[in-house]
Design a protein around this ligand. Structure first.
Ligand code: FAD
Length: 287
């Protein structure tokens, strides 16, 4: 199914992200996550690809196959290129075909001292071009950054790189997490000025731990608005209040985004179906 078709009927798309279980050999534990998330009936579920992009690790593709075949939900496989060679990507294309995966989130991947980069692909746009040439049947999505990617030459350059990804064949974007909707609206306006036409889903991460979110924002460069910082500080020693306050924060963000005609909400589910369900229940009639 073509990703862009989901956005053609005027309603707000609601999708979710999961990650493969961290311990090797525990892929079956993904069923309890998917059992919970499938009640929501999201438009699609995306599954992340491990940092370092080990081509021997097929868990993302295995999970996408389960999402499609057992749950009847459209999967998107994340895939990174910075640690892969052309031969690795050719192998992955064969695996996508064998698993019936038609949608791929094509990413560069983070540079990481533990995994020295390979030489074949430097940026996501290189991967998008290669996938479109070798596997034109794939529908390609790409990442974008409301607060600018930390390595970008400038915010304007980052938007132009995003446009380049669209010109290479990306038909849909999923955004990095952000906590201040005004950052997203300013970014969306700049993409419109740049002539980017593909739908952009807003990436929303419900906060589940103070230490976890502070680590995440330090890596991805997202800012923590005062309103959220107050929640993190006030309720850090009261887990029930912390969870409630953070779910309310995510619901507020999503309700405002839908009211302001966002193309889609991409919820980083963190493999926590109960939190995802609370959020979905609160906004489902607005979608
Ligand atoms: P690119 O689009 O290649 O951009 C990377 C940087 O290079 C940007 O600063 C851009 O401005 C700059 N740039 C692009 N082209 C050029 C050029 N020609 N010359 C100079 N500079 C250029 N990581 C994982 O490992 N696994 C995942 O599953 C995963 N899922 C993600 C899902 C989403 C929705 C998002 C937002 C990110 C995800 N990431 C994942 C993280 C991602 O891999 C990192 O953010 C990575 O650093 C950039 O990937 P990209 O595809 O956006 O790169």
């Amino acid at each position: 199914m073509e990703m862009k078709k989901l956005f053609e009927n005027g309603r707000t798309v609601f999708s979710m992200e999961i990650f493969p279980p961290k311990k090797p050999g525990t892929i079956k534990s993904i069923y309890s996550t998917l059992d919970g998330l499938s009640d929501i009936k999201p438009d699609f579920i995306s599954c992340t690809y491990g940092a370092g992009g080990n081509p021997a690790d097929t868990s993302t593709i295995d999970i996408c196959r389960i999402i499609k075949e057992k749950y009847g939900i459209l999967p998107i496989a994340h895939f990174t290129c910075v640690n892969n060679t052309r031969a690795d990507i050719d192998k992955a294309i064969e695996l996508f075909r064998a698993a019936g995966i038609e949608n791929v989130l094509a990413l560069r991947g983070d540079k990481n001292d533990r995994y020295p980069p390979k030489e074949d692909f430097h940026y996501a746009a290189d991967l998008i071009k290669y996938l479109k040439e070798k596997a034109p049947e794939l529908h390609i999505s790409a990442a974008c950054y409301p607060e600018t990617h930390p390595e970008a030459e400038s915010p304007v350059a980052d938007i132009l790189r995003m446009k380049e990804k669209e010109e290479c064949g990306a038909e849909h974007f999923m955004s990095q997490l952000f906590f201040d909707n005004e950052d997203f609206y300013a970014f969306r306006e700049k993409t419109q000025i740049a002539g980017i036409k593909s739908p952009i889903e807003a990436g929303i991460m419900p906060v589940t731990s103070k230490a976890g979110i502070l680590r995440m924002v330090s890596m991805c460069g997202a800012s923590v608005p005062k309103k959220l910082a107050r929640i993190l500080n006030k309720y850090e020693n009261n887990p029930e209040a912390f969870a409630d306050a953070c779910v309310h924060y995510a619901i507020d963000q999503i309700a405002d985004l839908i009211t302001n005609d966002v193309d889609g909400i991409h919820l980083y589910s963190m493999n926590k179906p109960d939190t995802a369900k609370k959020i979905f229940e609160a906004v489902k009639n607005m979608l």
